[in-house]
Design a protein around this ligand. Structure first.
Ligand SMILES: NC(=O)c1ccc[n+]([C@@H]2O[C@H](COP(=O)([O-])OP(=O)(O)OC[C@H]3O[C@@H](n4cnc5c(N)ncnc54)[C@H](OP(=O)(O)O)[C@@H]3O)[C@@H](O)[C@H]2O)c1
Length: 311
């Protein structure tokens, strides 16, 4: 069997725990496919896991290889994996066991969709986790519909820049908060109202909202409750919102974790192919510089996505 290179850490800690290991790739189980990774994106969850503070990954998972989404080429398919064949170009979410920062990784075939032909692997890898987080927050949990209004906090980041584009493509009115440097970027994504959170109070601009999509938490969330109309919806990717506060304001409030779904990813790929949505790449790094790439995401100031190029 061929050995492959995989970035791993053997203990939790700072960026210096990351190391490059040579390992034997595991074969795909029945419903899985083995993918030769061409590019892998870097998500905040990667550094949260690395620090040991992410509840679903504890000592029993060490050594751990980060990387929750990839784009690449199918190498082989498990006995019951029938959707793809070797040579197909695919992208998708890797399960919580990780492994995207590698030359090869296994994925559940139901988590995968054909890569949009209009994108290279580096741009395609930017989509699965951040894109599906945006999609599920807006539509599955937020129920956002055409003609409704949504305030997206953090519209310039990985999830936020997809959320702005998806909500616009659905026909919603989109307000978003970004820092001064990213006002032009958020406008280029199609946001109707771009609020510079460094110089403006979003309460002065937003009211009677159908939905708040909270990618920031803390005081940003607390200031958002009164801006929702009765029956509105606050959806967060971070801590669970207070149900008492939701009741006080007559709104619903949810926290969710993104789920892999290849069918939904194919729907997103269609929007990308038609030019309605485009991933924005801030920067790419080679796999060997994964620690540096992760440190860049850890600053919390990513514009769009940061991606590792693998082969
Ligand atoms: N629950 C889940 O399944 C799930 C899935 C994906 C992500 N997440 C979480 O969701 C959060 C967002 O993820 P991401 O990938 O989009 O992160 P990201 O790419 O690091 O983006 C963070 C963005 O937030 C902006 N920002 C920081 N402070 C802000 C403020 N006060 N108001 C408005 N914008 C602000 C930053 O821009 P400036 O610095 O320019 O302001 C940056 O663009 C992360 O905490 C991540 O862990 C959860």
């Amino acid at each position: 069997m061929n050995s492959i290179r995989r970035i791993r850490f053997h203990r939790f800690g700072d960026a210096d725990v990351m190391q490059s290991d040579v390992v034997e790739p595991s074969g795909p189980d029945a419903g899985q496919i083995l993918v030769a990774v061409r590019a892998a994106s870097v998500n905040p969850v990667d550094y949260k896991i690395r620090t040991g503070k992410y509840p679903a990954v504890k000592n029993d998972r060490l050594p751990y290889s980060p990387g929750r989404d990839v784009s690449g080429t199918v190498v082989s398919c498990g006995a019951q994996a029938t959707r793809f064949k070797p040579g197909d170009e695919v992208f998708g979410i890797v399960d919580i066991h990780g492994g995207g920062y590698s030359e090869q990784v296994v994925l559940d075939e139901r988590a995968v969709a054909p890569k949009p032909a209009t994108l290279d692997h580096v741009h395609a890898a930017a989509i699965p986790l951040a894109g599906q987080t945006a999609w599920q927050g807006l539509f599955r949990h937020g129920g956002l519909q055409a003609g409704q209004s949504v305030l997206i906090h953090g519209g310039s980041g990985g999830v936020g820049h997809f959320a702005v584009q998806f909500a616009k493509a659905r026909g919603a009115r989109v307000l978003t908060t970004v820092s001064s440097d990213n006002v032009g970027f958020a406008r280029s994504l199609g946001a109707d109202e771009v609020i510079d959170y460094k110089t403006q109070r979003f309460e002065d601009v937003a009211s009677e909202l159908d939905m708040v999509f909270d990618l920031i938490d803390g005081e940003t969330r607390e200031r958002s409750w009164p801006l929702l109309k009765k029956g509105g919806n606050l959806v967060s990717t971070l801590t669970a919102p207070s149900q008492d506060k939701a009741r006080q304001h007559g709104v619903r409030a949810t926290r969710y974790t993104v789920e892999a779904d290849g069918t939904e990813l194919a729907e997103i790929a269609t929007l990308v192919r038609h030019g309605a949505v485009r991933p924005h790449l801030q920067r790419s790094f080679p796999l060997a510089s994964a620690a540096e790439a992760m440190a860049a995401v850890e600053t919390g100031h990513t514009v769009g996505k940061i991606v590792l190029t693998v082969t």
